[in-house]
Design a protein around this ligand. Sequence first.
Ligand code: FEO
Length: 390
Amino acid sequence: MAVKLKENIYWVGVVDWDIRDFHSHETPFGTTYNSYLITGEKNILIDTCKEELCSELIFGISEVINPKKIDYIIAQHSEKDHSGCLEDIVKISGAKVITNEKGKELLSIYYNTDNWEFIIVNDNTTLKLGDKSFKFILTPMLHWPDNMMTYCIDDKILFSNDAFGQHFASSKRFDYEIKNYSFHYAKEYFANILMPYKSMVPDIIEKLKCLELDMIAPAHGVIWCKYINNIIKKYEDWIFNVKNKAVIVYDSMYGSTRIMAHSLACGLMERGVETKVYDVSKTSISKIVTDVLDCKYLLIGSPTMNRNVTPNIGKFLTYLMNIRPYDKIGVAFGSYGWVECAVNKIKTVFLELYYKIVEDKCLTIRLKPTTEDIKKLKEFGRKLADIDYD
Ligand code: FEO
């Protein structure tokens, strides 16, 4: 279904209501693949969608123009959620494909591009296509080497591809229709997809501050219109600001590690630290890491199970290594029966993430915490909050 953004500019994307797992990022409400169509002297399509949803994309385009009449496709990113229909649309229309060198390289591996006519752009290239002028902003490794954004100079719209996206399917297309939800899902998206590359973001934000922006139109989720400054400010916060917040993630077999987690939480809370406690077996990892994004303390607890962490904590640690939330104070804890292994496994991950590790004997407990152990854990939580780490 086509939705008008401005005169001659339309959203023609696809709502994927059914997807629930986007590369381990839980998507309880699905997502959208946003394609945009600009009509006029030349017809320009920005990005496509997953291959299996191609007929829906073509239907949306057809509500505005005959797809055969597309002159250019701007391929901002070769990942298949945005490039999956390129072959079909190029075949239908014979459109020229505008991308960067890296985009061309990756697209040429995914697809048979022998007969495609490419126009290669670099950072800051401007192109006049019919009656519209565009400036291209390359954003490599946000989150693939080929990512780029497209700024429509005449209409002051930034097509930002993956940046500023949200995995959130709804019948709404604009931020003012679902304000708070969109920030929530933007944060979750940032934490799960962009966190490993967040060091790239400040330079891009600086570039964007030089642009007049009426809209930021990402490749997933709602289009930012009313809350453009807010979402840019949120990105800056998520990059730079660490809250006085602790996230405690644990798994427990018979409750001992759970008691440890809760006792540590009591100590931290007594010192006014905002504290979140998650049983990893009951909460999706993508939700937990959204809280990890801006926390100061990350405490991970696991019982020792067959000389290792539990499989649930193992999965969480793998995810953590994948998204790499650096600059935390790490605490590993857990119970054990006859040989302690889990705490050391967790510490290995902390070391790889360059965490400042805080240790204490009270953090490993044999089988069941005593009343004295609980007191010590609460005291550890208080001390953890009191230490000056600079
Ligand atoms: Fe939404 Fe990196 O693709």
